[in-house]
Design a protein around this ligand. Structure first.
Ligand code: MN
Ligand code: MN
Length: 470
């Protein structure tokens, strides 16, 4: 039995050996808090302008061009400091800044996604029932359907008319514009519904949107409300009913991003997942200084449905982009990929005391504790995920420490409570080292998600430090 320890020695040992992580506000100076607040003012504007993947791409292209980025030319040789972007079908975007050593030591990637759960229109959406015009929707991504009832929605998207004209639509965001909604069943008649399982209480097929209720004036005839609504849509957008078949129309929550709490410390908004990582990644791309290795920022589409499709990261568009860069430097793609490193920037679940039973408190990420790392995501026995190696976690952790980036590490929730994935595994499958990092979110996937301003800023600082690491 060892000698009894002095209190001072115990204190010292605890400091040296044990994790003693405190809430970020006890670790960083006021000046940094102000910087975070300033950063988030622009983030809120970005959220309000970019409510769909197309709108985020348009925003990012504009911001990138202003910062000196030009469209990528596959046949061109680039030199250190050159800034290029590759617009993938107006739904996904790659930004690259050529490093002083190009990509011979691999590239440094931050990949986030810019699609969010929402309600898409079906190809034949418009119908009239009981003198009301409705639009049929098909939800996209993981939603709790009840959250989308009785809440104001706006219409966003693009339609390509029969003659090929592209028309961008954004309705319900400006003062005076109409908004939309799905009706909910009044509580007085909901006795049967209230006894149903939550997953059965609302059927996907009943998520029809109120589109109008005034008919064209006529002595007789049917579908006169539908006709009037189609007439109004035609006057505004030049569309006929058939043009719906060639549209990407999305209904999203109509509310604007807003501060939350008496202290303004949080932001409530639609679409934090994953624009709260996409914005820091975009800003890191625009502000990175003299990167040694070429840095690549990916704003991907289709993550919320599994990353499948040619604008999602389960396709080859990132791979091909890196291949072209490698080729332009006379390098073999596979050697570049093998040496490349990536932060998969996606949100993580913030520990929520209201639902404490699904979290494992020792291994959760918390609001205001900084950018959250996840070594792996997935479900059950770590299936459906890649896992960052000890070596790569060590590397990122050291970069964060050296650059005063507040960080934490955790899992999504309890092992058997559920699960989720990110784009990490698709990038890891290209033979690239990947670690998930991102902002902890409350009410994830709801129409109104909440994040901490401090965590948003730390995610920006973290990605930028990763890009600038020597
Ligand atoms: Mn996400
Ligand atoms: Mn998500």
């Amino acid at each position: 039995m060892a000698e009894k320890m002095e209190n001072e020695t115990i204190k010292k040992l605890k400091e040296e050996l044990l994790i003693n992580r405190k809430n970020g506000y006890f670790q960083i100076p006021d000046e940094k808090v102000k910087e975070a607040d300033r950063f988030c003012e622009d983030y809120k504007k970005f959220l309000n302008e970019g409510k769909t993947e197309r709108e985020v791409v348009a925003y990012a292209v504009k911001a990138a061009e202003k910062a000196g980025f030009v469209p990528y030319d596959f046949n061109k040789q680039y030199k250190a400091g050159d800034k290029v972007y590759y617009n993938n079908r107006d739904k996904a975007l790659i930004l690259a800044v050529i490093g002083t050593e190009g990509c011979k030591n691999g590239v440094r990637i931050a990949a986030s996604h810019i699609d969010s759960p929402r309600l898409d229109l079906k190809p034949h959406p418009l119908f009239e029932k009981d003198d009301i015009a409705w639009l049929k929707t098909h939800y996209y991504g993981g939603i709790k359907k009840y959250q989308w009832m009785a809440t104001p929605l706006s219409l966003h998207g693009r339609v390509v008319l029969k003659d090929g004209t592209k028309v961008d639509v954004r309705l319900g965001e400006e003062d005076g514009e109409p908004q939309f909604c799905i009706t909910d069943l009044l509580i007085h008649l909901a006795a049967e519904q209230m006894d149903k399982k939550m997953s059965k209480a609302i059927e996907g097929e009943s998520m029809n949107i109120l589109a109008g209720s005034r008919p064209v004036r006529a002595d007789e005839g049917d579908n006169l409300v539908k006709l009037n609504i189609m007439k109004l849509i035609h006057e505004k957008y030049g569309m006929t009913e058939e043009d719906f078949v060639s549209s990407d129309f999305e209904f999203v929550p109509a509310h604007k991003a807003t501060d939350i709490g008496f202290d303004h410390s949080m932001i409530g908004a639609y679409g934090h997942d994953d624009r709260v990582c996409a914005y820091p990644a975009l800003m890191a791309a625009l502000n990175v200084k003299n990167p040694k290795n070429t840095v690549i920022t990916v704003l991907a589409d289709r993550e919320e449905i599994g990353s499948d499709g040619n604008t999602g990261l389960n396709s080859q568009f990132l791979h091909y982009f890196i291949a072209d860069l490698a080729q332009s430097e006379g390098l073999r793609t596979r050697y570049v990929l093998r040496k490349s490193k990536c932060l998969s920037a996606d949100v993580t679940a913030a520990y929520d005391p209201n639902y404490a039973s699904v979290y494992e408190s020792m291994n959760s990420t918390y609001l205001n504790n900084g950018v959250g790392m996840c070594k792996y995501t997935g479900a059950r026995g770590k299936s459906g995920t890649s896992e960052a190696s000890a070596e790569f976690v060590a590397e990122v952790r050291n970069i964060f420490e050296q650059n005063d980036v507040l960080w934490q590490i955790g899992e999504l929730g309890k092992i058997d409570a559920g699960g989720g994935g990110t784009v990490a595994m698709f990038i890891a499958n290209l033979d690239i080292d990947v670690l998930d990092v991102g902002v902890p979110v409350l009410s994830m996937h709801s129409p109104f998600e909440v994040v901490s301003k401090l965590d948003v800023y730390m995610t920006y600082k973290g990605i930028k430090a990763f890009y600038e690491a020597k």
